[in-house]
Design a binder for this molecule. Structure first.
Ligand code: MSP
Length: 469
């Protein structure tokens, strides 16, 4: 079984924040889980950066740099952030890769030759934050709901359009017949509702935006940044060695802000060019701060590096992954994160490891249990991950950790000696190994540490990890 997992490619107008890290971490959890299940060679995990368009060009000008130099700089910031968070991506895509330009041009030329593209005038409000024209019902009294501080500009220009409308019935039919899944279910309903309200053809080019890929049949236009960006998922399978067998994507993850692009427009483009559709489109909610979406343009961001410096890589992974449920929005704050770190990691898992290993120092005999545990996993989070609920899975691990903590308090093993103590400790060791194994996709280093600590004779108390803050 091949698994191709993608994140959105992020705009390089500014540095990564923990909203981007959330999506990327969720993808990393799936990639790690599937690698273990199907083997490394059967998983392709793609992330990257979206580098063309007016938003990036403007940011470069604001920094007195050329768009390419600026894109190089910020793209690298993403790589660094993902390294700090131990993200196991296989390839890092950049839309300024020259190999991509050729694939995009060929793709669009094919659509043009098939008669699916035409030229027309576009008049409307353009949001540079979203990089799209907004219809009036997409605005709140003329203000973009995602970028309330950006002034929308009325623009009228010649655009080439893709006849998305022609494909709307096919798309609807595919969604309803589960040819591809849009998850969670409420989001699927929302997309179906939106299609039923009417689908507009979409602009695929812009005149006067120099920072982009020229249209092959009209060099006065560059490819609209969203079309350029969506095609990265396809290009990647052509550009990188031995990746063409991974098409179509198995799981594409993003937040709800760009779900329409990923669950309708993207499919329209693929259907028009007779390409297979992705299997699952998974949309999550937003991190909000005081109820507002955390975003670069609003300036209310928390950067991953801050959390890594403060809480270590796995500490940061845990805090980001558990800050919100997958389906809802999560209002977050640094204070809440600190409290969570102390309760779940320092006093929770960290303390549990210290408690059990200290008792183990009094053990008389002790065997190695990892093999028996692997076949006997009573935590069983696989089902939740397979149902695309990694948030529920990690929660279940922590329920199990708390339960084990309670069990020890009830057992009072410190009152026991000899064989009786050994017996109790065997139970705890096995449970710790189950925790260690289950944590692998979420907190990979902690998982290895736990297994190393408990999968040996003569278990001793390690130097504490997850120190209290
Ligand atoms: N470049 C486009 C995507 C093109 S993909 C073909 C883009 N980039 S972005 O930098 O704005 O990233 C948007 C994505 O980043 C969201 O869909 C989500 O995955 C993540 N997030 C950005 N802010 C977020 C929050 N505040 N909360 C959760 N996720 C967030 O759109």
């Amino acid at each position: 079984m091949k698994k191709y997992i993608t994140t959105p490619i992020y705009y390089v107008n500014d540095k990564p924040h923990i909203g981007h890290a959330y999506t990327t971490l969720i993808a990393d959890v799936f990639a790690r889980y599937f690698r273990k299940k199907y083997g490394n060679e059967n998983v392709f995990f793609l992330t990257g950066t979206d580098e063309h368009g007016s938003k990036v060009a403007k940011a470069a000008i604001d920094h007195n740099l050329s768009p390419q130099v600026y894109a190089d700089l910020i793209s690298n910031e993403y790589r660094i952030a993902w390294e700090q968070l131990n993200i196991s991506y296989d390839e890092f895509f950049r839309t300024t890769d020259s190999r991509h330009a050729e694939i995009v041009q060929n793709f669009l030329q094919d659509l043009y030759n098939k008669g699916y593209i035409y030229k027309d005038k576009y008049k409307g409000l353009y949001c540079i934050g979203c990089e799209k024209f907004l219809s009036h019902n997409e605005t709140n009294n003329g203000i973009c709901v995602y970028h309330p501080n950006i002034i929308l500009v009325e623009q009228e220009e010649d655009n080439y359009f893709f006849k998305l409308k022609e494909f709307s019935n096919t798309i609807l039919d595919f969604i309803q017949n589960k040819k591809y899944l849009i998850l969670p279910r409420e989001k699927e309903n929302e997309m179906v509702g939106k299609i039923n309200n009417g689908v507009n053809n979409i602009s695929i080019s812009r005149p006067g935006v120099d920072w982009g890929i020229p249209l092959p049949w009209d060099s006065g236009h560059t490819v609209y940044v969203w079309v350029d960006a969506l095609l990265n998922y396809y290009s990647a399978t052509k550009i990188y060695l031995n990746k063409d067998t991974f098409w179509p994507p198995s799981l594409q993850i993003m937040a709800k802000d760009i779900l329409w692009f990923h669950s309708v427009i993207w499919e329209g483009l693929l259907i028009a060019n007779n390409l297979e559709l992705p299997k699952v489109i998974l949309a999550h909610g937003f991190f909000t701060i005081d109820g507002q979406k955390m975003s670069k343009s609003l300036g209310n961001v928390i950067i991953p590096q801050f959390l890594v410096n403060e809480y270590g890589c796995d500490g940061a992974r845990y805090l980001i992954l558990t800050s919100t449920t997958l389906n809802g929005d999560g209002d977050i704050s640094l204070l809440k994160m600190k409290e969570k770190y102390n309760s779940d990691l320092a006093n929770g898992l960290g303390n549990l490891i210290a408690r059990i290993t200290k008792l183990c120092e009094k053990m008389t005999t002790n065997s190695i249990f990892l093999n028996t545990v692997e076949k006997n996993d009573d935590l069983n989070i696989e089902l939740l991950i397979e149902e695309y609920r990694p948030d529920e899975a990690i929660k279940k691990i922590w329920d199990y950790i708390r339960e084990l903590d309670r069990e020890i308090s009830v057992d009072r093993p410190w009152d026991l000696l000899g064989k009786q103590l050994d017996k109790k400790l065997e139970i705890y060791i096995k449970k710790m190994l189950i925790i260690g194994l289950s944590l692998e996709p979420f907190l990979p280093m902690t998982s290895i540490n736990i297994i190393n600590i408990f999968n040996k004779k003569n278990i001793t108390k390690p130097i504490s990890f997850f120190l209290r803050k």
